[in-house]
Design a protein around this ligand. Structure first.
Ligand SMILES: [Zn+2]
Length: 428
């Protein structure tokens, strides 16, 4: 069942009352907040000119073209993400699946057109001065990429090259294994969802890598000899990077999702967490901030709003019977308005806030947040709220793993058939 929403919240006569009030105390933060509200207002006003005729539209085709082009080549500004190439694969693949445009699977005959020799041609490490960097380099040479879009098989082969012989995935071929690209690579392979993709993951070695970064206090370092990454609920109600650190949307989502996987949600103060996250939705802008007193940012559309389905479920398990059966506990329409009217680049791709440039990270998490805001529940309890054009509807996303729900089910079915790898050495 889909619910239609109109008119837009932003155009209600009293919406200006939601603006930030500095109470005559001007600070750097208050000046920034007022400036952002002005930019957001301009973005909404630009739309207001003909809002009686036009509904907010998700520029699907433009985003689709931007994403596909990204797999082919990236501008120099992405050279700083040379150690995050499995992330680029995940961000783009997940954005495409949300848009209902999964990447073509390479057929057997297509595969044979690229001989193993061509695909594994040794190439020098990516030069930061190169005119373009390619997500999949050195998988495909420049000429090949200009001729064809990569298929899911190309991505599988690239990610296989990012896997370390000692377990885990690095940020690119030959790089040291690290937890973050390992997470991204596994998610990307599960989105592709073929037996070949699953089989790339060396589970025995991955387990060894995970134990190699596990610390005696239960925490994990991101890589061998790397930073400890604890995630700890603090007095604010959210979760910070280490004990005593301020609560942050990204850490909070990862911490809560880990607790859901471990079935230990009850160990968190769920009410304090609920109060913290719902207070992060900005009254005027409609989007979320990542931390208290920070500015709205499109990527927190997922890191923060994505917490609400997890909290809804956890509170339901605790027996809270006053929970809504149709809505999450945040303003779903307001978030959709912010993403649709303030976060879309006119030539494709999504962004942090008006005035910022687009990138694949924000494209992925703006679309993920939009999907969460559109879909409540699932199965018989499914309740959709689509702001604007009906074609704005995205595919749903799994609230814990942030890939398609059917891809999660498919991966679980596959890996349940396999025996759990055992550590060879004596380890706890
Ligand atoms: Zn952001």
């Amino acid at each position: 069942m889909a619910e239609r929403t109109a008119p837009l919240r932003f155009f209600r006569d009293d919406h200006f009352k939601e603006k930030f009030k500095d109470e005559n105390v001007v600070t750097v933060t208050s000046v920034d907040q007022v400036a952002v509200e002005l930019n957001v207002e301009e973005a909404y006003d630009a739309f207001r000119v003909d809002w009686h005729r036009v509904k907010p539209v998700l520029q699907r085709e433009k985003h689709f073209q931007y994403l596909k082009k990204g797999l082919r080549h990236l501008s120099e500004s992405y050279s700083c993400l040379d150690a995050s190439r499995p992330w680029l694969c995940y961000w783009i693949l997940h954005s495409l699946e949300l848009l209902g445009e999964p990447l073509d699977e390479c057929t057997a005959s297509q595969t044979s057109t690229h001989s193993a020799n061509e695909l594994h041609l040794p190439q020098p490490r990516l030069s930061m001065k190169s005119q373009h960097i390619y997500v999949l380099q050195p998988m495909l040479d420049e000429q090949k990429l200009s001729e064809t879009y990569p298929t899911s098989n190309h991505i599988c082969e690239f990610l296989a090259r990012c896997q370390n012989p000692n377990g885990g995935f690095g940020g690119g071929p030959g790089q040291e294994p690290h937890l973050a690209p390992t997470y991204a690579a596994v998610n990307a392979l599960c989105i592709i969802g073929t037996e070949e993709a699953y089989d790339i993951i060396n589970r025995e070695k991955l387990l060894e890598f995970l134990f190699s970064v596990k610390q005696p206090n239960g925490s994990f370092t991101m890589h061998v000899s790397g930073e400890v990454d604890v995630r700890c609920q603090n007095w604010e109600g959210g979760i910070g990077g280490v004990p005593g650190m301020e609560a942050h949307g990204g850490y909070t989502f990862c911490g809560m999702a880990a607790m859901v996987i471990l079935k230990k949600e009850w160990m968190l103060d769920l009410k304090a967490l609920l109060r913290w996250v719902t207070s992060r939705q900005m009254r005027f802008e409609g989007g979320f901030q990542g931390r208290c007193n920070k500015l709205v940012d499109g990527c927190y559309s997922f890191w923060q709003a994505g917490l609400l389905p997890l909290l809804h479920r956890a509170l339901h398990i605790e027996g809270k019977n006053t929970l809504s059966m149709t809505h999450w506990m945040f303003h779903q329409e307001a978030l959709q308005e912010y993403i649709l009217l303030c976060c879309q680049n006119s030539t494709g791709g999504l962004l942090d806030k008006p005035g910022k440039s687009r990138d694949f990270y924000h494209t992925c998490y703006c679309l993920s947040g939009l999907s969460v805001a559109q879909h409540f529940g699932g199965g018989e309890l499914l309740h959709e709220i689509i702001v604007g054009d009906e074609n704005n509807r995205l595919e749903p996303t799994h609230p814990v793993y942030n890939i398609g729900p059917e891809k999660v089910a498919q991966a679980i079915m596959h890996f349940l058939k396999l025996s759990v790898p055992q550590m060879k050495s004596d380890s706890n």
